[in-house]
Design a protein around this ligand. Sequence first.
Ligand code: GAP
Length: 456
Amino acid sequence: MVEQIPGKVDMDKLVSLCKRRGYIFPSSEIYGGLGACYDYGPLGVELKNNVKKAWWKAVVQERDDMVGLDASILMHPQVWVASGHVEGFADPLVDCKQCKQRWRADQVRDGKCPACGGELTEPRMFNLMFKTFVGPVEDEASVVYLRPETAQGIFVNFPNVLNATRKKLPFGIAQIGKSFRNEITTGNFIFRMREFEQMEIEYFVKPGTDERWFKHWVGERFNWYINLGIKKDNLRLRHHSKDELAHYALDCYDIEYFFPMGWSELEGVANRTDFDLKQHSKFSGKDLSYFDEETKERFVPYVIEPSAGVDRSVLAFLADAYDEEKDKEGLRVVLRLHYDLAPVKVAVLPLSRNEKLIPLSKKIYDSLRRCWMVQYDDAQSIGRRYRRQDEVGTPFCVTIDFQSLEDNMVTIRERDKMRQIRVPIESLTETLEAKLSGEPLDVLPPGGKKWLGFEE
Ligand code: GAP
C-alpha cells in the first residue's frame, strides 16, 4: 500500500521510474514478489553504494575519533536476551476475525479492521525478530536470530576494538550492514522493509559529557543530508517525548524527512547511556568498563547512537532529487542527485552511429571508465539520449560529433540547466574531475569555450 501527500513527488511515479530504469525491483518478482523485500538493480546498487561511501567518508575516513567494524549477522542468542530484544522487541498484533488480515494494534482506529470493518481479536505481542537454527538440529537450544539492528555487534566488540586500536575516549565505532525485522505493517516502497540495511555509530563517551556529544551528533547527522543535497524544507528534527523513548534511551531526536507519504523518521540519534555495556557485562560476566589513564578512573562509558537506514536514505535522496519540468518536447524528468550520489557520473554519446565517430567515442569511453561509472549510448536521437540520462541523474554527457574529428574537442552537457561547453579532449578528464568535485561551472577549463546558455 502506498500513501501519498498531495503536492509531493508522486510515489507511484518514483516506483515506476525505479523499476523501468533499473534502480529497484520487487524481490522474486516472477513468483509474485515477497512482501517488503526489494532488490537493487544496476543503477540502484551504484546509488546505494555511493550513499554508504559518503556516510563512511564523513563518519570514519574524515574523523580520527572513529573506526569501522563489520560484525556477523548471526550472534550468540544471549546477546538478544541482554539487549532486551527477546523480551521486548515486539509489536501488539490484532487479527481480523472476518477477513483474517493482521494489523498492528496501535495503528488501528475504532477497534475495527481497516480493510473490512470486521471485529478484531484482543492484542497479543508479536516478536519482530526472525528466528533460525544453527547446525542440523532444529530445537530450542540451536535457535539464533537474524540481527534486528547492527548496534549489538558493536557493543559486544567494544573491548576487542579498544584493545586492538588503543583508542582513548571519546571515540566511536561505525558499521554498515543488513538487519532483519518481521514487520507487521509494511508498504510505502522501501521505507519499511523486512530485510534492510543500517548505518550505525556507537560513540563512547565519559558520563557527564554525553549531552554535549549528543548535540554534536544531532548536528553532524542533520548536516550530512543537507550537504548531500536534501532540501532544508524537507528535513526536520523531532524531539522524543519521555513516554516514547526506547527502554535504553535517555534522550532521542529523530531526523525526519518529508517523504511522499508525509513526515517520517529517516534516522534516530539516541543517548543510550551505559545501558548496553552494563547489560552485556551482566550477561557475559566480562568487564566492559574503561580505564581513563589520565584521571585514573574506571567507569562504564555512555553511548551516543546515530542510527540511519541506508534504504530510507536512498528513498529520501531519490524523492528529493525527482523533478519534472515542461519543455518544448513535453516533460523533462530529471533526477537532480548530488554528484557524489549519482550512479553514473558521465555518459559518452556519439552524435550518431556513423562509423567515423565510433573509434574516437570508444577511446574516450575507455579512458573515462578508469575514473568513474560511465555509460556509452548510441541508440536513438541525441535529444532522447540526453533525456534518458537526465531521468537517471547522470551529471554530465560528453558528445562526440564530426567536428571533434577535426578540432579534437568535444561537448560537455550538464544535467541541471542543460548548459554546454566545448573542451579539448586532452583536458576532458581533468575538467570532469573538477566539475564532479564541485568546481563552479563558470570556471572554464584550459582551452575550453564559454558555456552556451550560461546566464548567471
Ligand atoms: N539501533 C537503533 C535502531 O535500530 P531504529 O529506530 O529501530 O533504531 C534505525 O532504526 C533506523 O533504521 C531507522 O531510522 C530507519 O532509517 C532504519 N530502519 C528501521 N527499521 C527499518 C525497516 N523496517 N525498513 C527500513 N529501514 C528501517
